[in-house]
Design a protein. Structure first.
Lengths: 183, 567
């Protein structure tokens, strides 16, 4: 219960000004460090989806979820089980490639990882890698020796495998409210 | 009908049945006050300071159970509300604060008296709004009131830029019962995840608790602030009598269970009675209703009720297992949960267990200390003279603990006190609000010299509106609670706590046009109280007590609940 591990939360929120700061504040105010955060609109333009990864205990993760659900701007919150979901991140890596040989070597590595070269100049290459954190880590280990000039990550996004969605089954009794709601 | 934003705001307040607003005008809120002058059914109480207005709205809300409303202008007006909003937030009091901001074209330009008040108050409101378009105003106000009062209540702030108060929009009146069926509120109601609707308790969970109770030999109940907010007094008392268990109260729960009921063991926690704290430690089933196990109750969460199965009943799911790990919980409104439990349970009996618990003291006796009255004596006289249904407000410190330990509150809303946030200076504003909402009842403010000095500017409000608030100052010439900690934990080094300075509270009262009395003994206090009650006149009673009086018993923060530092 108190072991620290990574928790992935998917949060649907109103697509309005100030919503992201309301959500982020909840983490900073309680002293939790957000590991990764990605935001974008959903198919419904009035709703945004935030994917948050946080390193914390099981108990704190439950607490965060129930506190997130109290925010009026939050539609639903679901904790994504790592084994039952797909997590992906886009990483753009600018690598030093001063010579023809180095460029070739880097291109080979990029191909092995099924990543794409998206920019090239006489002294550098920029590679786009899509994957979970182990893939990004692996390619970064290999590219490190060439000299990484710059790196940017989008933050992890995640979806559940199969037909499960955030809108269904958000009411895990153990974690959230149950029974019918009445005002 | 075409109206200005300011008029729409007033119409929306009428929809909510608001008849009193506490506030202070200014530049950006000019047009709201202009519109207010045309709405004679809304009384405005002009306070000396915005903080007083916010505390008054809070005190009104706590004492009446209705939503309190306050107005403030932009910038310093808005930030002066902050302590009041945080106080309301920590104690789940429904307050709607309406601030105005600079006009939209000036917003974000560090304009005169501009502050991002929605940003500032984000962590201390249930929700807040910046209304950018007059067309959204009515909907926003309706949503704000619904959120403030429903579920676990709390403060909501609406910030309206000045030009929006002047802009015109079409306003269609809507009955309060229809609000949840239209506009934004209707959209909110459709969401499954909104906690602002009280969840119907799970019957299965209720049955489990009923079985746990039948199996228990030594049950103990804690009456928390949720009982008071839910006005579940009757259900709670019936439940306590039905299960025949001792009942401890928290500071916020005072009034939720009659202090004179033979099952009452008094306060629980840091200044809890011997009976309460020992019962918590010895019980085999602890049921906490509307209580979040704050660090002043569950001083050491790991050892709290260590022999017991702990059951938490709360309307706010995020409170479950937050501070103390529980064995069972029910999410729901205290009133509804207790109704369901009462329906299911037969009469239980725990005579032996009660004999054990009540063999310990439920109340502290104070030694008579020569030339000063003891806190116990002062409070005994107050309890004797003041009518039993009187409302009490307090500030924060020793006098607050003494009042809660000694006065036996009988109904929810009878005590107005800042529990969670511990706001010194809360009392006078809160007493004004409580009195404004209950003109037929006496309101007594119990305060200390340290707290009272903080916001005594509101004496002018008391005088102007003729509110017959009786103010009893426990004057020990020190910041007593801090001094007590200094005695116990700082080897008696009284760093900056001695208040060997003015003002003369009697002269001060007179300067504000109020009665001031200095009393030296029990007889004088009795006469002063009787005069104040008979004359229905606001009176400041300066009551000297000894500088070294302590709140007893006391358990240190983080200690086992039965490790009394002071008996």
């Amino acid at each position: 219960m108190n072991e620290i591990s990574r928790h992935t939360l998917a949060v649907l929120v109103d697509n309005e000004a100030g919503v992201l700061s309301r959500v982020a504040r909840l983490f900073s105010g309680k002293g939790y460090n957000i590991d990764s955060l990605a935001v974008g609109t959903t198919y419904d333009p009035d709703i945004s989806r935030i994917t948050i990864e946080v390193l914390t205990s099981e108990k704190q993760a439950r607490l965060i979820c129930s506190q997130l659900r109290k925010l009026i701007c939050v539609h639903s919150v679901k904790r994504l089980d790592a084994a039952k979901s797909i997590r992906r991140e886009l990483v753009l890596i600018k690598v030093a490639a001063p010579t023809h040989e180095v460029r070739n070597e880097i291109i080979q590595i990029a191909n092995i990882f099924r990543s794409s070269i998206i920019d090239v100049s006489t002294s550098s290459l920029t590679i786009a890698v899509i994957g979970d954190d182990s893939k990004a880590e692996a390619i970064l280990n290999l590219l490190g020796e060439f000299g990484i000039l710059e790196l940017v990550r989008t933050g992890m996004v995640a979806l559940e495998r199969g037909e499960d969605t955030i809108d269904a089954q958000t009411k895990v009794k153990d974690e959230y409210d149950y029974g019918k709601n009445v005002l | 009908m075409l109206m200005t934003g300011a008029q729409i705001l007033m119409e929306c307040l009428l929809e909510q049945g608001v008849d009193i607003v506490f506030g202070f005008p200014g530049g950006t809120i000019l047009h709201v006050y202009d519109a207010l002058a045309g709405y004679l059914s809304i009384t405005h109480v002009l306070t000396a300071h915005e903080q007083g207005a916010c505390h008054a709205a809070d005190g009104y809300a706590r004492a009446t159970g209705k939503v309190g409303v306050c107005f403030a202008t932009s910038g310093p007006g808005a930030t002066n509300l902050v302590t009041g909003i945080a106080t309301a937030y920590m104690d789940s009091s429904p307050v709607v604060c309406i601030t105005c901001n600079v006009g939209l074209p000036l917003l974000g330009k560090d304009s005169f008296q501009e502050v991002d008040i929605t940003g500032v108050t984000m962590p201390i409101t249930k929700c807040n709004y910046l209304v950018r378009d007059v067309a959204d105003l009515a909907d926003t106000v309706r949503e704000a009131f619904a959120i403030a009062r429903s579920g676990r209540p709390g403060p909501v702030l609406i910030d309206i830029p000045k030009n929006v108060t002047q802009d015109m929009a079409d306003y269609a009146p809507l009955d309060r019962n229809e609000h949840s069926k239209a506009g934004r509120l209707a959209q909110l109601m459709k969401r499954s995840s909104q906690d602002f609707r009280a969840p119907e308790p799970d019957y299965w969970d209720i049955d489990i608790l009923a079985d746990m109770l039948r199996a228990s030999q030594r049950p103990m109940l804690i009456c928390g602030g949720g009982v008071v907010r839910s006005r579940a007094d009757r259900e709670f008392e019936a439940f306590a009598n039905r299960i025949d268990a001792p009942v401890g109260i928290t500071v916020m729960g005072a009034g939720g269970f009659p202090g004179l009921n033979p099952l009452a063991t008094g306060l629980v926690g840091m200044h809890g009675s011997q009976a309460s704290n020992i019962a918590v430690d010895a019980c085999d089933l602890l049921i906490a209703v509307g209580c979040r196990f704050s660090d002043r109750v569950a001083l050491k969460p790991g050892s709290f009720a260590r022999n017991a199965k702990i059951v938490q009943i709360d309307i706010d799911r995020s409170e479950i297992n937050k501070n103390v790990e529980t064995d069972h919980h029910i999410v729901g409104d205290a009133k509804r949960v207790l109704q369901l439990l009462n329906e299911r349970l037969e009469q239980l009996e725990h005579a032996k267990w009660k004999d054990y618990v009540f063999s310990f003291k439920t109340e502290t006796e104070y030694d008579e200390a020569g030339d000063h009255m003891t806190p116990g004596q002062v409070l005994d006289i107050i309890a004797k003279v003041v009518p039993r249904d009187a409302i009490f407000a307090t500030d924060v410190g020793q006098h607050q603990m003494w009042a809660i330990q000694h006065l036996h509150f009988e109904y929810s809303g009878q005590l107005v006190t800042s529990g969670g946030f511990g706001t010194m200076g809360f009392g006078l504003g809160a007493a004004i609000g409580a009195q404004a909402g209950n003109l037929d009842k006496p309101v007594v403010l119990i305060t200390g010299d340290g707290s009272f000095r903080m916001n005594l500017n509101e004496l002018s409000t008391v005088q102007y509106y003729g509110l017959p608030v009786i103010i009893v100052i426990f004057n020990n010439g020190t910041l007593g609670m801090v001094r007590q900690w200094q005695t116990l934990t700082c080897n008696g080094r009284y760093s900056e706590t001695t208040l060997d300075r003015g003002p003369d509270f009697v002269k001060l009262a007179e300067a504000y046009g109020l009665n001031g009395r200095r009393v030296a003994d029990v007889a004088e206090l009795e006469v002063a109280l009787e005069d104040a009650l008979a004359g229905r006149q606001a009176t400041v009673i300066d009551c000297a007590i000894d500088i070294d009086e302590m709140v007893r018993p006391m358990v240190g923060g983080g200690s086992d609940i039965t490790r009394f530092m002071v008996d």
